[in-house]
Design a protein around this ligand. Structure first.
Ligand SMILES: Cc1cc2nc3c(=O)[nH]c(=O)nc-3n(C[C@H](O)[C@H](O)[C@H](O)COP(=O)(O)OP(=O)(O)OC[C@H]3O[C@@H](n4cnc5c(N)ncnc54)[C@H](O)[C@@H]3O)c2cc1C
Length: 380
């Protein structure tokens, strides 16, 4: 008879895995979390001090209910944590009024009854003076329910909550391969074997190296911080320079947030559709001008008043799918395996809701929020 080490293993304790482990443990499931580094590390997709939360999910109408549920669960997690995780500071979406960012935000707001306010270019210049060069026909959409979440603290809080509810956690332990056996899974780790009835793979950019057949493409995404030219310039503080996405005329998307929590102004630029894929096992994490030159070339015309070179740079990874949607569910409907990946750079805000959905899938329950459009089987 097989001796099981746990009912469920959650492999990868980044944002999604940490929340899945927490939600499983809350439900009394015998779960073990396995992480190749320490929770809250800076080698995957969930670091850099802040992540934007917004309910106006322009990426898919089905994400709005997930964002709303996630917001409730962020509060639940925060209640059990020692520190504030969620900062409800509002957010700003700028771009052509029928474009992807501002237009998509308005569509999501109208469809789902989300409170937003619209600013003309003139009003934008008055209220948010640091966003210059906004052309005619572009607008700002302010979403008061938006905010920022602390990624590293949140992951640690979810893991800690999971442990308090009875989950076991193995850190510095990497799953190298796994085998499916008739009624479970054998996981081979760097330190031995584990036998579990079900496995949830939440390994972020590493998903396609463990689970075959998913059309995932991992790309590099630098994060850069800039110092205002005038020290203490509060027009670059979070209030006058809130967390934002800004679409330019050529479709380039800038994102970032004002200086806060001892950090300088954080800025980034969305990866291009033709960005080269990388192997997460073997990529160069050193940084250089290639990580900031496209952004710094835009600063004088779009966000003047910052030093020309970043004060700090970090490299992050994200995983793209062909349709831009997450991949969550049982590949081939296998009752032993659940996957969650393909974050497409907008998955942090949903981590708590995704954790809940993963726990429900493991238990064979209907998910609180419908996530059928994320099925890994949609690719054929
Ligand atoms: C620069 C940047 C900015 C972003 N901004 C936003 C934003 O503003 N708002 C938003 O909602 N989203 C944003 N995102 C996306 C968001 O950060 C990701 O969707 C989210 O962090 C994904 O979490 P994850 O748990 O899937 O991946 P990860 O956090 O990478 O977790 C995967 C974990 O699996 C572990 N692992 C891998 N392989 C193994 C193995 N074999 N064995 C054991 N453990 C393993 C890794 O060590 C890692 O801890 C951004 C992403 C980037 C890169």
């Amino acid at each position: 008879m097989t001796r099981w080490d746990a009912e469920v293993a959650v492999v990868g304790l980044g944002a999604w895995g940490a929340c899945a482990l927490w939600q499983l443990a809350e439900r009394g499931v015998d779960a073990i979390g396995i992480e190749r580094h320490q929770p809250g590390h800076s080698l995957g997709s969930s670091h850099g001090g802040s992540r934007m939360f917004r309910v106006t999910c322009l990426e898919h109408p089905g994400l709005v209910p997930l964002a709303r549920r996630s917001r409730e669960l962020w509060s639940t997690l925060e209640d059990s944590a020692d520190e504030q995780l969620f900062f409800p500071v509002g957010g700003l979406l700028i771009g052509p009024k029928d474009g992807r960012v501002a237009g998509g935000t308005l569509t999501a707001a109208y469809q789902h009854g989300i409170e937003v306010s619209t600013l003309t270019g003139q009003a934008l210049r008055f209220h948010y003076p640091r966003h210059v060069g906004v052309p005619e026909g572009h607008i700002g959409v302010r979403e008061p329910s938006a905010g920022i979440i602390r990624p590293e603290l949140s992951i640690r809080a979810a893991v800690s909550r999971a442990e308090k509810c009875g989950a076991r956690v193995l850190t510095d332990t990497r799953i190298t391969t796994y085998d499916l056996i008739p009624d479970g899974v054998v996981l081979r780790t760097s330190q031995g074997e584990l036998r579990v009835r079900q496995v949830v793979f939440t390994v972020g950019s590493w998903l396609s190296s463990l689970v075959g057949g998913l059309p995932l493409r991992t790309v590099r995404m630098p994060i850069t911080w800039f110092r205002p030219l005038e020290p203490g310039d509060d027009t670059f503080g979070l209030e006058q320079f809130p967390v934002f996405m800004r679409e330019l005329d050529d479709g380039t998307i800038l994102w970032g947030n004002g200086a806060e929590g001892g950090h300088d102004v954080k800025l980034g630029i969305e990866d291009r559709a033709d960005a080269l894929p990388l192997d997460p096992e073997a990529y160069d994490r050193s940084v250089g001008p290639v990580d900031w030159s496209a952004l710094t070339a835009l600063l004088p015309a779009k966000l003047p008043g910052l030093e020309p070179l970043p004060s700090k740079v970090a490299v992050c990874m994200l995983t793209r799918t062909p349709d831009g949607q997450f991949v969550i569910g049982r590949p081939g409907d296998d009752p032993r395996v659940v996957v969650a990946g393909g974050d497409n750079a907008h998955g942090f805000k949903h981590a708590t809701g995704i954790g809940e959905a993963l726990a429900e899938i493991v238990r064979g329950e209907e998910t609180t929020v419908p996530i059928g459009f994320m099925s890994p089987n949609r690719f054929g």
